[in-house]
Structure formats: structure tokens, C-alpha cells
Design a protein around this ligand. Structure first.
Ligand code: ATP
Ligand code: MG
Length: 357
């Protein structure tokens, strides 16, 4: 069975780390006998915008909807195109139209990487953040009254639907079930936000009834963020609303060292539409064009893509190859952000070579 992958590299270091992501995927596909077919698209970049006046062609949905997955680099070049245009015109369109209602980020401290949390070793930090990606606090429901007067009123509502809350909780519980520790933590703030957050808590309790083997706890978001820093070893699967998940899914990877290695997935679990796999980092204009960006975030996102396509063993092999290269600590291979003096290509090649063996 051929899996059709759409490649959108985007801007800046997105175009530099993408070839390494593909190189690692090709080596893995060969080893595990997986048939991947890559198709590259030029749209979704700021250069495309400057030429065409838009980030995507009008028929992008038709062009992409038949693919099995989107493998995405990074978008944005603020000197050329304002971020609200580049981001809203591409990535956020994909998330929305392809109903990628799960945003998934592994937070795993890798060997050879120094956590900003003192004394933490690999094994101490190994959890997932599951973020609701379509509703919640990021609704456009609300308005302004008496604008420009000293009686100004500004309101923005939080929207929680039974369907929207239940489907993200279900995904998180199912994920917890695949993990050895079988533990789920819910982010809440029902002591302060008195309507939507108690509803979220209620749905967690209801969903938990279907998963008696999962240990469930909840924390208010304020103490939860503190505990990410103080006790990252407590967590296994952490699920949050759009806003709380957004905060946690930046804090979690930050606890695991460099931004250059963190991967993410935007998932439509039913597979009605393609899911999208991308590194957490942006286009990094400050280091673009130098060939020094760390490609691990892109490669690890490729591992998540293979797992999503049903090849868990192959995805795990990619993560193991990353771990091996990092723990060998060869400075001529590693990029600067992880203490080496190598290049995007040297690090990408070392990982692909492991996979080719
Ligand atoms: P976003 O595009 O998500 O708004 P941003 O533009 O604020 O993010 P990034 O582009 O992710 O931020 O860059 C933040 C910092 O991290 C920059 O200094 C950048 O050089 C560094 N960085 C990002 N990605 C990598 C990478 N793959 N390797 C090395 N350094 C990186
Ligand atoms: Mg940016």
C-alpha cells in the first residue's frame, strides 16, 4: 500500500530541515519496507505569497485532501510578510479545514541534552501534552461596546461543545492506555472559571468511567505549570483545553532542552482528512541560510507521522536513532544548539545512517 505524503517546507530553516526529515524517512521506509510517495508543494511559503498575493492557491483543499499526511516545515518571515498573514493563510487553514482537533506534543528529555531543570536525567521527563485544537477559549465569539469611550466593554466567550470536549478527552484516554504508566492528568481552572471548566471536569469524570485502568488526576493550570517545572516525572499524558494546552505544549518541550528537537502533530484521528506533522520551532530567520539548524524536530515529526500511519515500530526506530546519535555526542556531527560544531546535514546524515543499518 502506497502512502502519499504532501511536503510543504515553507520558509527559513523549514527548507533546510525538511530534506533531512525526508532522508530519515526514506531510510526508515527502506528498512521496514514501507511504501512512501512524496509530493512537494511550493505554496504555503512567504515567497509564494510575494509572487501570488496569497499563501495558498484557491484549490489547495482539493489538491491536498487526498493525501495520507502532510509533512510540514515552518512558515513565516516577518520582514517580508506579517505573521498574522503567513500563519493564518496557511497552517491555521490546514488545522481548521482538515479538522485536526488534536495537537500532540511529546515532551521527552533525550540523552546528551541538558534540561533547564537542574538535575533532571533522561527518563525523568517523558510525557505527552494533548491540546484541544479547534474550540475553547480561541473562539471568535464576542464583541466590543462603547469603543473609544471610558465605558468600553470587551467580551470574548469560551466555547465548549460536548462533541469537542469528549473527542479530545477520548483521544487522551486512548493514548494513556498505550503507555506503561497509564496515567492521565487534566488541566483545569474550575475554581476560577465557574461554568466552562467545571463542565470540562465533569466530562473527564464521565469519560474516565470507560477507562477504569487509567489513573486520573487534575490540577488547576497555575499549580500544573509549577509542577511541570518542579515534578516533571509525575506526568504521563496531560490533556488541556485550547488555551491551557497551548501554554503546556510550549512549557513541556522547553523543559526538555532545545527547541530544535521538539516535534508535534496536528491530528484528525478518524482519518477523514490528512493529519499534519511539523517541528515545534518556527522558521528561525536569525539562523536561516547558514545550514546550522537542528533537523531533529523535523525528523522526530516524521517518526510521529509513521506511527500515525500505523508503523509504530518504524517510528520508534527513528526515535532510537535520534537517541543514539545524541548520546554518542560527536561534536563534529551535532549542531551548535546541542553543543556541537556540525551542520544540519551532518546531523541528519548521522541519523539516517543509523536507520540504514
Ligand atoms: P514562531 O515562528 O513559532 O513564532 P519564533 O519565530 O518566535 O517562533 P523560532 O523560529 O522557533 O521562533 O526560533 C526561536 C529561537 O530558537 C531562535 O533563536 C532560533 O534560532 C532558535 N531555533 C529554532 N529552531 C531551531 C533549530 N531547529 N535549531 C537551532 N536553533 C533553533
Ligand atoms: Mg516566527
Amino acid at each position: 500500500m502506497t502512502h502519499r505524503i504532501a511536503i510543504i517546507a515553507g520558509d527559513g530553516i523549514g527548507t533546510e530541515v525538511m530534506p533531512e526529515g525526508i532522508r530519515a524517512l526514506e531510510a526508515t521506509a527502506k528498512r521496514f519496507n514501507i511504501d512512501l510517495e512524496f509530493t512537494t508543494f511550493e505554496f504555503g511559503s512567504c515567497d509564494y505569497y510575494l509572487e501570488h498575493g496569497k499563501m495558498l492557491p484557491d484549490d489547495w483543499f482539493e489538491q491536498l485532501k487526498g493525501f495520507d499526511a502532510l509533512f510540514y516545515g515552518a512558515v513565516g518571515w516577518p520582514d517580508k510578510v506579517p505573521d498574522h498573514i503567513s500563519l493564518w493563510g496557511s497552517l491555521l487553514q490546514f488545522r481548521r479545514r482538515f479538522d485536526q482537533y488534536i495537537n500532540l506534543r511529546p515532551c521527552k528529555l533525550m540523552p546528551g541534552i541538558k534540561s533547564p531543570l537542574a538535575g533532571r536525567e533522561p527518563g525523568d521527563i517523558d510525557f505527552y501534552v494533548v491540546r484541544e485544537n479547534t474550540e475553547g477559549e480561541y473562539s471568535s465569539v464576542g464583541g466590543k461596546m462603547f469603543e473609544g469611550t471610558d465605558r468600553e466593554v470587551v467580551i470574548q466567550d469560551t466555547v465548549m461543545t460536548r462533541t469537542g470536549v469528549d473527542r479530545v478527552l477520548k483521544y487522551a484516554f486512548e493514548l494513556a492506555q498505550t503507555r506503561p504508566r497509564k496515567k492521565l492528568t487534566s488541566a483545569t481552572k474550575s475554581n476560577g472559571i465557574s461554568i466552562t471548566m467545571p463542565y470540562w471536569d465533569e466530562r473527564v469524570v464521565e469519560m474516565a468511567k470507560g477507562y477504569p485502568e487509567i489513573a486520573v488526576d487534575k490540577f488547576h493550570i497555575d499549580i500544573l505549570t509549577a509542577n511541570f517545572v518542579l515534578h516533571p516525572d509525575w506526568f504521563d499524558v496531560v490533556v488541556g483545553s485550547n488555551l491551557f494546552g497551548d501554554i503546556l505544549s510550549d512549557l513541556g518541550p522547553a523543559c526538555t532542552g532545545t527547541i530544535g528537537i521538539a516535534p508535534s502533530a496536528n491530528i484528525n484521528p478518524e482519518g477523514h482528512f490528512p493529519s499534519l506533522f511539523e517541528p515545534v520551532h518556527g522558521s528561525a530567520p536569525d539562523i536561516a541560510g547558514k545550514g546550522i539548524a537542528n533537523p531533529i524536530g523535523q525528523i522526530w515529526s516524521g517518526a510521529m507521522m509513521l506511527e500515525h500511519l500505523g508503523y509504530k515500530e518504524a517510528g520508534d526506530a527513528m526515535v532510537t536513532a535520534i537517541e543514539e546519535v545524541l548520546s554518542e555526542g560527536d561534536a563534529t556531527v551535532l549542531t551548535r544548539d546541542v553543543g556541537g560544531e556540525g551542520t544540519t546535514a551532518s546531523l541528519g546524515k548521522a541519523i539516517a545512517d543509523k536507520l540504514g543499518k
